[in-house]
Structure formats: structure tokens, C-alpha cells
Design a protein around this ligand. Structure first.
Ligand code: NAP
Length: 263
């Protein structure tokens, strides 16, 4: 029998082929959960990144460490793909009772130049995607009378304004509101819903910031801990919120940002 804070649980981590999602998936497996590694794979590897290969490699790594995992391709903004993915995980691993809604995209486009499609895609992936995955997972949990935990990934930008993010910031503020609403609506089913607001975390999404010798020091100067965070520092908090350690915590949004939001 697996041991750990998530022993016997089945976790779905969206956008887990790399970055924060990958770190969370590894921690979930390390804590004894069977893990579905969701990813989005385009027809061609984008910027040299092959998400299908990355997700398969992560599955193999988890199996090598003695865990259970499958790769689960789906665009989280597409309801049919999400339903098919959750049904497949159910058949291969069991009922998902830990959902980490992590998949997200960020583009930086001045408000006056942004078109409707650019706005819509970010809202669809970042906000509707979390709603779709939550509904597909919760319907099964409720039908089976099982408890569960959902951890949504928002952003420090839920609470702060940066130029060029008139789509991204509202999508993440929406994730906070979704978290609170679902926490209230799902409490009677013993399903807890919480949210993490990461600050600057070193991943592909922020690679350009980490390499920008002018912008990076300006940002670090605003962060009391004076450094970017690592994906695993988000994963540790995600495990806390998903596990029995947080059995009386629901509807909360936790900033994991080195103190940036309070400056
Ligand atoms: P990342 O390195 O860019 O990884 C994002 C992951 O989500 C990728 O695997 C990506 O796959 C996947 N994804 C994107 N669209 C998807 C879709 N429609 N369906 C399924 N998967 C999809 O980003 P990250 O930095 O790890 O960010 C993870 C989450 O944290 C995001 O929600 C992000 O907004 C949030 N966040 C990050 C930071 C930070 O500083 N890094 C700060 C605050 C919040 P593709 O490559 O195929 O798109």
C-alpha cells in the first residue's frame, strides 16, 4: 500500500507536463496518490517543447519511483475533451478526488491592441477551464458520495495590476471568485475548494523575466524575500491544501509570493 498524505487518492493535475504543474504532480505521487498528468499537445512541438514527450517522461519517472501515473491529453477549455479525459482517468486509475486546476496561459498585450480572440482564449483556458474540470470531477464524486479537494491556481495578479494583462488579471481574479463560490456550494458534499496565488515562479512562463537584466532587479526589489520562487514551493502548499492537514480549510486563497502582495 502506498504511504503519504495522499495515499489511496487519485489526483488530476492539469497542465502538468512542465512548470508548476509538473512539480505538483511529482509531489502528489510522492505522497502516495495515483496521478493523471494532463497536458495540451499541439500538432507540432512549440518552441522546441514536445508536451506529449514531456508528459510521457514524467509518467515514466513516477513509475520508476514506484508510483502510478498516466498521461491525459486534453484542452481544459474544451468541455468534451475534459469529459473524455475524466472518464478515462476514472477507468484507468479510479475516481479523481484531488483536482489541481493548474493549466494556464499568459500573454502580454497592450489593452488598446488586444483583439477579442486574444482576450477570449485567456479567459477560456484560465477560468472556464478550471470550471469545466471542476464540474466533470465533482459530478462523479457527488454521484459516488465521495469527499474530495480542489486546489485552483490563480496568480498574484488577482490582487495587483501589471500593464498588458487586461485579460489575464480578470481571469485570475475570476479563479478566486470561483474558489469561494464552489467552496460554499460543495461543502455539503465534503468537497473543499481552495486557491493558491503564486508570485514570480521560475518556469517557462516567466523565463523572459528571469533573463531580463533590467526588469528582474526591479521586481526582486519589490519582493521581501528578494528572490523568485521555485515550482516546488507552490507544490508544497498544494499538497497541504489537498491533504487532510487542511481538513478545516475551504474557500481560501493563499499568496505564495515571497511577500510581494503586501508591499
Ligand atoms: P508554464 O510553464 O507555461 O506551464 C503551463 C502548463 O499548462 C503547460 O504544460 C501548458 O501546456 C499547460 N496548458 C496551457 N494551456 C492548456 C490547455 N488549454 N489545456 C491543458 N493544458 C494547458 O506555466 P507555469 O508557470 O507552470 O504556470 C502554471 C500556472 O500557474 C498557470 O495557471 C499560471 O497562470 C500560474 N501562475 C504562474 C506564475 C509564474 O510565475 N510562473 C505566477 C502566477 C501564476 P502548453 O505548453 O501546451 O500550453
Amino acid at each position: 500500500m502506498p504511504e503519504g498524505k495522499l495515499a489511496g487518492r487519485v489526483a488530476l493535475v492539469t497542465g502538468a507536463s512542465r512548470g508548476i504543474g509538473r512539480a505538483i504532480a511529482l509531489r502528489c505521487a510522492g505522497e502516495g496518490a495515483a496521478v493523471a498528468i494532463n497536458y495540451l499537445s499541439g500538432p507540432e512541438p512549440v518552441q522546441g517543447k514536445d508536451n506529449h514527450a514531456d508528459a510521457s517522461a514524467l509518467v515514466e519517472e513516477i513509475k520508476r519511483r514506484g508510483g502510478r501515473a498516466i498521461a491525459a491529453e486534453a484542452d481544459v477549455s474544451n468541455g468534451e475533451q475534459v469529459s473524455r479525459m475524466v472518464a478515462r482517468i476514472d477507468a484507468e486509475l479510479g475516481t479523481v478526488d484531488v483536482l489541481i486546476n493548474n493549466a494556464g496561459i499568459e500573454t502580454i498585450v497592450p489593452f488598446l491592441e488586444m483583439d477579442e480572440q486574444q482576450y477570449q482564449r485567456v479567459l477560456d483556458v484560465n477560468l472556464k477551464g478550471e470550471w469545466l474540470c471542476a464540474q466533470a470531477v465533482v459530478r462523479r464524486l457527488v454521484a459516488e458520495g465521495q469527499p474530495g479537494a480542489i486546489v485552483n491556481i490563480a496568480s498574484i495578479q488577482s490582487g495587483m495590476a501589471l500593464p498588458g494583462r487586461s485579460h489575464y488579471a480578470p481571469s485570475k481574479r475570476g479563479v478566486e471568485a470561483l474558489t469561494r463560490n464552489l467552496a460554499v456550494e460543495l461543502a455539503p458534499y465534503r468537497i473543499r475548494v481552495n486557491c493558491i496565488n503564486p508570485g514570480l515562479i521560475a518556469t517557462d512562463m516567466t523565463d523572459w523575466v528571469m533573463k531580463d537584466e533590467q526588469i528582474l532587479p526591479i521586481i526582486l526589489d519589490k519582493i521581501p524575500l528578494r528572490r523568485a520562487g521555485e515550482p516546488d514551493e507552490i507544490a508544497q502548499v498544494a499538497i497541504f491544501l489537498a491533504s487532510g492537514d487542511a481538513s478545516y480549510v475551504t474557500g481560501q486563497c493563499i499568496y505564495v509570493d515571497g511577500g510581494w502582495i503586501v508591499t
